[in-house]
Design a protein. Sequence first.
Length: 144
Amino acid sequence: MDLPLTPEIGELVDYFERTYIGRTLASGYHVVATYPIHLWNNHIGTPLGLPYNQPVEAWHRSFNATVGCHHPTIWKFILSLKREQGLVEVRHTNYLVGKPPTKWRRSQQSEEALKTLVREYYSPDRSKMEFLQGVAHHFSLGAD
């Protein structure tokens, strides 16, 4: 049973199509999404343990904390970049000597939960609604 779309839901669907999915117009012309599926879909990489956007988001939060304000002076920004460069050099040295990067326990749990969700996507024992509820639960746990 198809439910009628409210204008708000229609706008939301339109946004996701424009931004993440892409669409084919009535003329047959395909409009590519702003962020094509291959850039953001981690369905293949997640079970393999490949990195996804969470580390980038973590770095961004960390760098924002280092800067400490939304509109720093040029001098404060340069100092923050120097601190970040020092951290990058330490991480690079650790990598060269074979020391694996440390992960927060919560990040490890989040990665394992995502791997489980992707593995179970095709499980005949789970409905698609249960899968989506698992995804929603995972993201609610990851929210700060």
